[in-house]
Design a protein. Structure first.
Length: 136
């Protein structure tokens, strides 16, 4: 097993992710920030956080697959969401749940951060996701 995900006793629960990941492989995969664009760079789900989260995760999965990895190999996910507020959590989680089974995302997820930012590089981009994986 290349990746071991766990939450030590005494750490905050319940959360939908593990607090700790140990990667024992020698090859690392870093998928750059993925956004809601299709292969021709067309925006997907403009103005829809749920749809953009789903598409950004699909794009991250394409990057992982291209490197011979999957979400099972991911040791960390990092999300950036524009103009974040706690009221957006339901829409954010709906986007993850929309594609979790399709993409084979483990549950609980690997360690994850959600970082609120003022804006991303294009005005229509609501979310960006980075994935870090370890392979043998």
């Amino acid at each position: 097993m290349t990746v071991r995900l766990f939450t030590p006793e005494g750490m905050m629960q319940p959360v939908p992710y593990h607090h700790v990941a140990i990667g024992t492989g020698t090859r690392q995969v870093h998928v750059a920030g993925q956004i809601a664009r299709d292969a021709e760079a067309n925006p997907v789900a403009p103005g829809d956080l749920t749809g953009q989260v789903a598409q950004a995760l699909r794009n991250a999965a394409l990057g992982l697959t291209g490197a011979g990895a999957s979400f099972a190999d991911v040791v960390r996910l990092r999300f950036f969401v524009t103009r974040w507020s706690p009221e957006k959590m339901d829409d954010f989680m709906a986007g993850v749940e929309r594609v979790a089974d399709e993409l084979g995302m483990p549950r609980p997820w690997p360690p994850v951060s959600l970082i609120g930012v003022d804006y991303l590089f294009e005005p229509d981009v609501l979310v960006e996701v980075e994935a870090f994986a370890v392979l043998d």
